[in-house]
Design a protein around this ligand. Sequence first.
Ligand SMILES: Cc1cc2nc3c(=O)[nH]c(=O)nc-3n(C[C@H](O)[C@H](O)[C@H](O)COP(=O)(O)OP(=O)(O)OC[C@H]3O[C@@H](n4cnc5c(N)ncnc54)[C@H](O)[C@@H]3O)c2cc1C
Length: 410
Amino acid sequence: MRIVIVGAGVAGCIMARTLSQLPGADVFCLERVARDDHSESGTGLNIGPNAVQALQAHDPALADAVTNSSFPWRTWKISLTDGTKLFDLPITAVANNEGWRIRWSELYRVLRKEAPIVSYDCTITAAGRSAHDPAKTFIEWTQGGARKRLDDIDLLIAADGRYSQLRRIFSGEPAIRHVGVAISRLLVPDTSGGLIDDYEQWFNGPNRLLAFRVPPDHVYAACSFPIAPDLPIADHLKSPEALRAAYTPANGLLTKQTRWLIDTVCAHADDMHWARLQEHEALYADPASNVLYLGDAAHGMVPTLGQGATQAIEDASFAGSLIASAWAEGIRDPRKWLRSIATRADRMRFVMQFSLEATDTMLAGADPVAGTLHKTEPDFVAKLDRLYRDVPGNAAPPNDHGLSAGTLNA
Ligand SMILES: Cc1cc2nc3c(=O)[nH]c(=O)nc-3n(C[C@H](O)[C@H](O)[C@H](O)COP(=O)(O)OP(=O)(O)OC[C@H]3O[C@@H](n4cnc5c(N)ncnc54)[C@H](O)[C@@H]3O)c2cc1C
């Protein structure tokens, strides 16, 4: 059986490592960037406890390698920028374990080191269904000036991220929905003198700052504010003066912590990359051929609950363990695997909807105090518990109906 993975990011590396261990399988992983090129991942990630649980169940050695390069994510605090405290949640009150705080580039480094089959510097030039068997696919690419092609692919895995070329080719461009929030991220050496450590958010009206420390000694910060959903982010809103005004309360009172953060954000205002919060519909499998979408290629969600990389890890842990156990049982039909993996769409719709719901305090006109207090109420806490604990894992091989997957509740 021939399996091709496109993209050696979060989901692609986990799949490459798992599937390369299937006895007798012919597995390739094609990555666009050069080895050690982390230029597109210069930021920090907070990875949810649900991803830690999923990867620990699927591939404990890989989970340990990530743990060794991370700080634990133990608490989630929310305050106003004037220091008024609103919310202080120990993660293990709603999860079976802590999450991770890690540099994105470091996560790639660890995952790519453990996925030795990756071919770097590959530019995909064409992909499509085979003429003689539409369930199978082909792919063409160039690498180091040479043109290459693979035919008769039994399973093509699109793990090529947010603007997935493969999803466009096989299933069309997903419709994007903007929610009306501008966001910018920054990774700087930690000069806070201990003011910034675990995951915290600070509001001034709906304008939100977020920061946490990542190894070895950096602070990741993000700033956001509402904008009209259908308009680009106006340049004047990104200036240091506008940012300082956005996060400083009317009485001018800041804490040492928020003063350091605002000064730091303003000092780097010219280098920050801005984006608009957006989401797109989840799709795991192309119905017409054996193409599997994972991670951002499968779904786009707003980043409010830090579930992008988290869900890429959940996806790959689920799909990887399902295919590995099916393989061990002698089930070699990719259609059955795809039907089982596609059952994740229900969980994904919950994660996307909940991420959107949690964005309420960041929208125009939002009251961060009322919105944050809602996050302490039983219905929100129950959803957090479901998000962080109800992790599909230890997937059983697909049965004749293509259904599978026990739910891990360690
Ligand atoms: C600034 C920022 C901050 C974020 N913060 C968080 C956070 O705190 N927590 C969190 O959980 N998530 C966060 N995310 C989201 C998270 O980074 C993504 O959801 C996650 O990386 C998705 O993993 P993936 O495997 O689907 O894709 P990626 O990790 O994006 O990997 C895709 C891979 O495919 C490669 N590729 C792309 N196109 C091609 C092609 N045509 N051919 C070959 N290879 C290709 C890319 O080079 C890349 O290596 C953040 C995202 C951004 C942009």
